[in-house]
Design a protein around this ligand. Structure first.
Ligand SMILES: C[S@@+](CC[C@H](N)C(=O)[O-])C[C@H]1O[C@@H](n2cnc3c(N)ncnc32)[C@H](O)[C@@H]1O
Length: 225
């Protein structure tokens, strides 16, 4: 099995448990530091049936038709080129293999009571993804992408309730920090600073809770030869 763009951990542990002792899992990424972190994680956890390799998903050096399952999470949303990605993943699968894609859909991501500044940050994050060629709402496109490649898509979706104190409540602020340079192409430094300060205040309100973005999962089997 393959976890594309596994980063420091990705789905390596569940895939390792899934294939069991006699199976093998490969994790790929282009970021050497993340691959080193993944290798340490595997070492610490004793996950001996998993290896990580440097591989660019858009120019993969992996053997075509060599995997029973290819999994990719949060790759279409940040990197875009969705059709190209799905074609690349399909090529790596054996006849009868499974393609499993997981991507977000922002439409459920709301605060109760509404949090104007935090929700404005979310809107800016979505704009920043689009400006970089990605699509934060790539989850909505998954079934159509699979169907266009002859895979009959199964579909699942999950949201998480985020009560006061839940770490994911702060995701708009975390995205605002990690995408700061991209957001500064959309709003002034002063406006961004003010939004962050107001969002901090909104999230300090112990009565406020949220629903996460939706994680859409779609999967299908490539035809048998
Ligand atoms: C948003 S992270 C998702 C990480 C992981 N899939 C997860 O769900 O936890 C995107 C990952 O894709 C990797 N990446 C970016 N460009 C890539 C490429 N061309 N080929 C393979 N991986 C890539 C990044 O280094 C990063 O680890």
């Amino acid at each position: 099995m393959l976890d594309v763009g596994c980063g420091a951990m990705g789905l390596l542990r569940p895939l390792s448990e899934w294939v069991g002792r006699d199976g093998t899992v490969v994790g790929t990424d282009v970021d050497e530091r993340l691959l080193a972190a993944a290798a340490s994680f595997l070492d610490r956890e004793g996950l001996q049936n998993v290896t990580v390799v440097e591989d660019d998903l858009f120019a993969s050096g992996l053997e075509p038709g060599s995997f029973d399952l290819v999994h990719a999470r949060f790759q279409l949303a940040p990197l875009g080129r969705a059709e190209e990605q799905v074609d690349a993943y399909s090529r790596l699968l054996r006849p009868g293999g499974w393609l499993v894609l997981e991507e977000p859909d922002s439409s459920s991501w709301r605060f109760n009571p509404p949090a104007e500044a935090a929700e404005r940050l979310i809107a800016l994050v979505l704009e920043a993804f689009a400006a970089a060629g990605g699509d934060f709402d790539a989850g909505r496109r998954l079934p159509a992408l699979l169907r266009a490649r002859g895979l009959e898509p199964a579909l699942d979706a999950h949201v998480v309730a985020l009560p006061a104190g839940h770490p994911y409540l702060r995701l708009p602020l975390q995205f605002a920090a990690s995408l700061e340079q991209r957001l500064l192409a959309l709003v002034s430094a002063g406006e961004l600073e003010e939004l962050r300060a107001r969002a901090e205040q909104e999230l300090a309100d112990g009565g406020r809770w949220a629903i996460s973005f939706t994680l859409v999962q779609s999967y299908g089997q490539v035809p048998h030869a």
